[in-house]
Design a protein around this ligand. Structure first.
Ligand SMILES: [Zn+2]
Length: 411
């Protein structure tokens, strides 16, 4: 990273008047902002439906280019069964005509990372179209996080309208955040390396950013046994249920609440009937951690699980473990703290006090933060109910949140 950029970034913050001008611009264009949101909410983009994801990404790309013009750089990464990732870059502005090309190549961009997939299945819109009731705007994915895409577009438009110099802007759209970012992660990690700061307009915590997120470990634990009639010949069976049942307390004991590590055995299933020795049993485990060391400890312990005696020496029983240490925990890093300090200055310019929050859910910011890169998360809409039927955002939060985001894009 270029130190000159850091210095400039640390010293130059928009004035209160400039921020209020941006906020006013958004308020004056609120109808258009919300129509843009409706346009992309109307494209359903469930994480598991590649055809719908492709159609949605095409529409989002079209909207973005209609609003911001042709990007100077564009790259689409095929996601296989997952949604594609699309990177769009616009040069910093206003740049002098004679060195515009140099500006594009030499200046580190600010990246906005937005996922366009949602948890809502196809057909949700037919029973729940986007609608507005007073200050509440509801619809599938409005908060998490289609507004973030529209917010990024309008932040740039507001800066252009006010003639405020801004960094090159990269919009990175990914299509599998809600199911673990298998395809999105490598693209995000590669694309944000050269960013002066990465902004993640995931839902805010009541207008506050999120500076700490828990990391996760997922485990699928299966015991395979042998079925037999429980009355006629129980000795010919090997019960997977009995074996898994004694393993569960061992799994639960991996929790360390004093260090922020929680363990939940969310499902426990096995067997086919009361009078059948169970041939198979399975449990799904969700672990949340605040420390990387804890993530390693629990993942290692889960991978090393073995059946206790007398089940261990029964060769008819087999333990199958699938352990995925998905997202690392996000904690403040020196790089992110510097960005947060800048955000706090901007918030103060809007008469707001910043108080970053910790949340249990993870996002793509976890990956970026783990690399020691500067990232700010939870910069998006003010609202409630992500992944729930009462998902909504507050229209009164649209302009203030967009102004804050714009401030981070400005030079
Ligand atoms: Zn999200």
């Amino acid at each position: 990273m270029n130190l000159e950029h850091l210095t400039r970034e640390d010293t130059a913050v928009l004035t209160s008047a400039q921020l209020l001008e941006i906020q006013t611009f958004i308020t004056e264009h609120l109808k258009d902002v919300l129509e843009d949101l409706r346009r992309i909410v109307q494209c359903e983009t469930p994480s598991q439906d590649k055809a719908l994801l492709d159609a949605g990404l095409t529409e989002i790309r079209a909207l973005t280019i209609e609003r911001l013009g042709e990007p100077s750089h564009e790259a689409r990464t095929e996601g296989g069964e997952y949604g594609d990732a699309l990177e769009l870059l616009w040069p910093g502005a206003p740049a002098a005509a004679d060195d515009a090309a140099a500006a594009v190549t030499s200046e580190a961009p600010v990246t906005s990372v937005c996922h366009y997939d949602t948890v809502w299945p196809a057909g949700t819109l037919s029973v729940w179209p986007m609608s507005i009731d007073g200050d509440r705007l509801t619809g599938p994915g409005v908060l998490d996080m289609k507004f973030g895409i529209v917010q990024t577009i309008w932040a740039v438009l507001a800066l252009r309208s006010a003639g405020i110099t801004h960094a090159p802007v990269r919009l990175l759209l990914t299509g599998d955040e809600e199911i673990g970012s298998v395809a999105g992660r490598p693209v995000i990690e590669a694309a944000t390396k050269d960013s002066r700061v990465t902004l993640v307009p995931e839902p805010s915590a009541g207008g506050q950013p999120k500076d700490r997120r828990k990391g996760m470990v997922f485990a699928d634990i299966t015991v395979h046994g042998v079925e037999a009639h429980a009355g006629l010949e129980p000795e010919n069976g090997a019960s997977a249920v009995h074996a898994l049942a004694v393993l569960v307390p061992e799994i639960v004991a991996l929790a360390a609440p004093e260090r922020g590590t929680t363990v939940n055995v969310g499902t426990l299933q096995g067997g086919t009937g009361r009078n059948v020795v169970a041939g198979r049993a399975e449990c799904l485990v969700d672990v949340r951690v605040t420390e990387t060391a804890e993530q390693d400890r629990v993942a290692d312990a889960l991978r090393a699980l073995t059946l206790p005696e007398p089940y261990r020496s029964d060769e008819r029983l087999r333990l199958e473990l699938q352990v995925d240490a998905n997202r690392p925990p996000m904690n403040p890093t020196p790089a992110s703290e510097a960005a947060m300090a800048r955000l706090a200055q901007l918030a103060a310019g809007l008469g707001r006090e910043l108080s970053p929050r910790m949340v249990g859910g993870a996002s793509d910011a976890n990956f970026i933060s783990a690399l020691g890169l500067p990232v700010l998360d939870g910069l998006g809409a003010v609202g409630e109910g992500p992944h729930a039927w009462h998902e909504h955002l507050l229209i009164s939060g649209v302009a203030p949140q967009t102004a804050l985001l714009a401030g981070m894009l400005a030079e």
